[in-house]
Design a binder for this molecule. Structure first.
Ligand code: NAD
Length: 546
């Protein structure tokens, strides 16, 4: 088990230039007079001491002069590499403005251009050529990792195979673990498994950072994964491993294979599910309709859709509906039409939602046939919630639930303005990427992001704080309920189905406490239950202020 991190990890405290060049410890012009004496910093810094607050203002004012989001991403990365605490202070205090820069949508572009904007490495790259030495490689990491976010880069957001360039995602996610939930930066380890890349544009790009080969598949791939998971559990006992942006054909089976062996979850499947379920609970607080009477139609039948449907089914069963009836309330349209029993081309994860129905080729016809109360877009195909789709939803529902969850913004099924205009302001709308408030017929609607960033930071913190041995569906159900309970009446009055993002640390602390409680109750915690679980969680949150 890891101990609480000390500020210099396993190393002795550096001084002088070495201290200024250590991003985990550097405070730049923020070092006080006493610290300048103590750490032999005299002469290296200009004389005036700036408070961290003043440094943050300086960073922000420079950042806001930049107009290109990718340039802002690069500038923030450079700050992360220079002065970690200041980076997180800027993030925490301006999360509304910063999250779209360090995460979706900008991170999508940053991954596409990863090799072009590369400055300093962060995290660990483990290549297909590292077989047999992965444990040794993990031991190079100077800290005791508490959480690993790992990708193989095959399905980065809705952008497809970006290979080793996908490293932007684990790095960005872990920044949010720290900013949104106070998981200590030294507990966070981003990992990219570079098993090759099948995207020709990447392989031909002279600045591509990964192995110049096609993806390793089959037994070789599985052996590499097995070695990585075993090595991670050995080198960092109790570590939480979050799978991220793996393609369908690996995501489901890896989760199934490892979820009962190590402390792991797949955020695309389970985190998305919890955030969507929370959004549905909020929407129903507005309509007053019964949860078990909802009918959901997904556009897309991949990780996000299946994950959401599975959690909705569990939640409906918990409210007394038989499982088969609950499954009948979830339908999906994939690239070949409505998922129905008679189809012979269905991947195994779609089968639980293949119902008896005549084949239907397109989404609009499916809506007309099924009359769903909610449509949930998770196909990563932009613009698919057309005017006709939204008008039909508004025709059959007084308050249609419309979630356009695909990322990044270019892949969103519709934008917020379209959602409100084409339903005459009646849509209960959430979106995967951020959209500005919309004014429609005198009323201002404030859409909030149905993004798993409301869920995973708190889940990770709760698992770390309780030293959970497993992460279970019950934890995600609890996370969804907790998130929905934190939505205020004034949020709902303006059409917001999630709490305001600046409340994210409070939200994450509540979710973490709920997750930890579940771990203690179910005998999954690695330490005795503290008298005050919420206080124990909060005491472990990293505060970037100095
Ligand atoms: P996935 O690859 O597992 O699934 C995509 C699904 O869409 C597949 O079933 C595919 O058959 C289907 N599809 C493709 N083209 C289609 C079309 N034209 N019409 C209908 N269906 C089509 O991907 P995923 O992990 O499920 O992610 C999908 C999208 O959801 C991505 O854009 C991702 O960024 C987004 N997402 C958002 C969040 C969030 O928090 N908002 C979380 C996870 C995923």
């Amino acid at each position: 088990m890891y101990e609480k991190p000390n500020p210099s990890g396993n190393r002795s405290m550096p001084s002088g230039l070495a201290l200024l060049r250590d991003p985990a410890l550097n405070r730049g012009t923020g070092f006080t007079e006493a610290e300048r004496d103590k750490y032999n910093l005299r002469g290296f810094l200009p004389p005036h001491v700036h408070s961290q607050e003043e440094q943050a203002v300086r960073v922000l004012s420079r950042l806001r002069l930049l107009t290109d989001p990718l340039e802002k991403f690069v500038a923030l990365n450079a700050l992360h590499d220079r002065n970690e605490s200041l980076f997180f202070r800027v993030l925490c205090d301006n999360i509304d403005e910063m999250q779209p820069l360090v995460y979706t949508p900008t991170v999508g572009l940053a991954c596409q251009k990863f090799g072009h904007i590369f400055q300093r490495p962060r995290g660990l790259f483990i290549g297909a050529n590292d077989r047999g030495r992965i444990a040794k490689l993990l031991r190079n990491w100077p800290y005791q990792a508490g959480i690993i976010v790992v990708t193989d880069g095959e399905r980065i957001l809705g952008l497809g195979d970006l290979g080793a360039n996908g490293m932007g995602i684990p790095v960005g996610k872990l920044s949010l673990y720290t900013a949104c939930a106070g998981v200590h930066p030294q507990l966070c380890l981003p990992v990219t498994l570079d098993v090759g890349c099948n995207n020709g544009a990447m392989l031909e790009d002279p600045f591509y950072v990964g192995l110049r080969q096609r993806r390793v598949t089959g037994a070789l791939y599985d052996e590499l994964l097995e070695e990585f998971i075993s090595a991670a559990a050995e080198v960092f006992p109790g570590v939480v491993i979050q799978f991220e942006d793996f393609a369908n054909h690996n995501a489901f089976r890896l989760l199934k294979k490892y979820r009962d062996r190590v402390c792991t979850f797949n955020d695309d499947i389970q985190g998305t599910a919890a955030v969507a379920l929370a959004g549905i609970y909020s929407a129903l607080r507005i309509t007053g309709a019964k949860f078990t009477e909802q009918k959901l139609l997904f556009l897309g039948a991949g990780e996000a859709a299946t994950g959401i449907a599975d959690l909705v089914v569990s939640a409906m069963v918990a409210q007394g509906l038989p499982e088969s009836a609950a499954r009948e309330r979830c339908w999906a349209v994939d690239s070949r039409g409505l998922v129905v029993k008679s189809r012979t081309d269905l991947a195994v994860h779609k089968l639980p939602y293949a119902h008896s129905h005549a084949p239907v080729g397109d989404f609009l016809t499916a809506i007309k046939n099924l009359k769903p109360t909610a449509i949930i877009g998770v196909a990563a195909v932009g613009g698919t919630f057309t005017q006709a789709v939204l008008e039909e939803m508004a025709r059959i529902n007084e308050r249609p639930i419309v979630f356009a969850l695909s990322n990044p913004t270019s892949q969103a099924e519709c934008n917020a303005e379209e959602a409100y205009r084409w339903t005459k302001g009646r849509a209960l709308f959430a979106c995967g990427s951020p959209f500005d408030p919309v004014k429609y017929e005198g009323k201002t609607y404030v859409p909030r992001q149905g993004n798993n960033s409301y869920i995973f930071p708190g889940v990770g913190l709760g698992a770390i704080a309780s030293r959970a041995r497993r992460i279970t569906d019950a934890m995600f159900m609890g996370a969804a309920q907790t998130l929905a309970q934190l939505v205020t009446e004034s949020d709902l009055a303006q059409g917001s189905l999630y709490p305001a993002l600046p409340r994210i640390r409070e939200v994450s602390a509540h979710i973490a406490a709920a997750v930890a409680e579940t771990a203690y109750e179910n005998g999954l915690a690695g330490k005795p239950r503290p008298a005050d679980v919420a206080a124990d969680v909060r005491s472990q949150m990293f505060d970037p202020r100095y």
